[in-house]
Design a protein around this ligand. Structure first.
Ligand code: GAP
Length: 447
């Protein structure tokens, strides 16, 4: 019997133990809601973001990439509505000073709640809650040496605005015609009040956003097409369990200030169903606002039809860190039958593809294992390991998600064969050195 039930704590501890993810500034007691990615974490994160980038900019001829600045003109955030709208209502307990997002304590509209009747979950006191205050989630910083109103800048809370303000430059430089898309991967920052659930909600994170510029009137159809495509990405490209993924449509009260229609892709995490990606019909809201605030033309000019218009924008907005957490949570497997924990990552995502192990440290086996490692490393990330028993070496790599184990034994010296072990089944087969790459490629392809 295998046990697939797990808690977030077990994943967190595996991530630290194996070098996927660490709490930021740990030697200073940690720094709230910021995480650092270790050797396996950054490799897995890169593999995921490369897959997303390929799915957007390589598999679609009409989607191109961009890398805009984190710091941008502060007027952009006035135009986008983030200065006036990007707030969380907060309430404080005057007794114990605990601070909550209003929706943690009540599902009702915060303005209609009688906060004096609400009990503080931390200290248990009733009657000491303040009324909600609006708290802007953007991080403010200052440009230049003089602190005054004119020097304020913000760390971007979404990468999308960098795409909107550049869209005519990108379109003109490549002579793109509507519909076309611009994709971007980059850091975003939000001063989250309640940051929890490991890397799910953090103050510094990465977004992978694609803005698709379409002719008004075709937006509903394009929205549907992107919903399908994005869901397929999770189940087909990342290999996420279909039963654990679903859509959630935003109701009236949930819609962001810019959206006409919005859908979340949700995953069933150990802490419940939660959003990994948002797909939004942002209409022409952002482009019109940038025209209004900048005074510059933001209309697309259709030379063939001889018309100008503001395209509608269908946005697909995924958090890279949340996608990584989804991949880890989905892959985590307690194989109780064999008393081991396995990160059953899709081999194409696995940070290390194979571990090469000489059975013993003598008789020329390490030299041969080194040679095989050198041959393989131009094809994949592989590691050499001669520390400890072969069983322990394999179990370490099972936790790291390494799909293949290659062992060099005395027979290898005689007939140029090795054993190839599968992480998932633990089956071992004997194959020749020469067929290793073909075999591994085939297993990755068919997984
Ligand atoms: N441009 C639209 C936008 O930013 P959003 O729903 O606020 O929409 C999109 O964010 C995605 O960014 C989310 O689905 C999530 O994956 C990720 N995200 C947002 N806030 C985050 C946070 N504090 N920590 C980690 N990821 C976050």
């Amino acid at each position: 019997m295998t046990d697939k039930s797990h808690s977030l704590d077990k994943i967190v501890s595996l991530c630290k133990r194996r070098g996927f993810i660490f709490q930021s500034s740990e030697i200073y007691g940690g720094f709230g809601a910021v995480y650092d990615y270790g050797p396996l974490g950054i490799a897995l994160k890169n593999n995921i973001s490369n897959l997303w980038w390929r799915s957007m900019t390589q598999l679609h001829e009409n989607i191109v990439g961009l890398d805009s600045g984190i710091l941008m003109h502060p007027k952009i955030w006035e135009a986008s509505g983030h200065i006036s709208e990007f707030h969380d209502p907060l309430v404080d307990c005057k007794q114990c000073k605990a601070r909550y997002k209003a929706d943690e304590l009540s599902d009702d509209n915060p303005d209609s709640v009688d906060w004096s009747a609400i009990q503080c979950p931390k200290c248990g006191t009733t009657g000491k809650m303040t009324n909600p205050r609006q708290f802007n989630l953007m991080f403010k910083t200052q440009i230049g040496p003089v602190e005054d109103e004119g020097s304020i800048a913000y760390l971007r809370p979404e990468t999308a605005q960098g795409i909107y303000v550049n869209y005519l430059l990108v379109q003109g430089s490549l002579r793109l015609k509507v519909p076309f898309g611009i994709a971007q991967i980059g850091k975003a920052f939000r001063n989250e009040i309640v940051a929890r659930n490991f890397i799910f909600r953090t103050r510094e994170f990465e977004q992978m956003e694609m803005q698709y510029f379409v002719k008004p009137g075709t937006d509903d159809e394009e929205m549907q097409a992107w919903k399908n495509e994005r869901l397929n990405f999770y189940t087909n490209s990342l290999g996420i369990d279909k039963e654990k993924i679903r859509f959630h449509q935003h109701g009236e009260g949930e819609l962001a200030h810019y959206a006409k229609e919005a859908w979340d892709i949700e995953y069933e995490f150990p802490f419940g169903w939660s959003e990994i990606e948002g797909i939004h019909n942002r209409t022409d809201f952002d482009l019109k606002r940038h025209q209004e605030y900048s005074g510059k033309n933001m209309q697309y000019s259709d030379q063939v039809a001889n018309e100008k218009y503001f395209p509608y924008i269908i946005e697909t907005s995924a958090g890279l860190n949340r996608m990584l957490l989804t991949v880890l949570a989905d892959a985590y497997w307690e194989d109780t039958e064999n008393n081991r924990t396995v990160m059953k990552l899709h081999p194409k995502l696995a940070p290390v593809k194979a571990v090469v192990c000489p059975l013993t440290k003598k008789d020329g086996l390490p030299e041969l294992a080194r040679k095989i490692t050198d041959d393989l490393k131009t094809h994949y990330k592989v590691i050499y390991d001669q520390q400890g028993s072969i069983g322990k070496r394999y179990y370490r790599q099972d936790e790291a998600g390494t799909p293949f184990g290659i062992t060099i034994d005395h027979q290898s010296l005689e007939d140029n064969t090795v054993t190839l072990r599968s992480r998932d089944t633990q089956n071992q087969e004997r194959i020749s050195f020469d067929s290793l790459i073909e075999k591994i490629d085939d297993c990755i392809h068919k997984y």
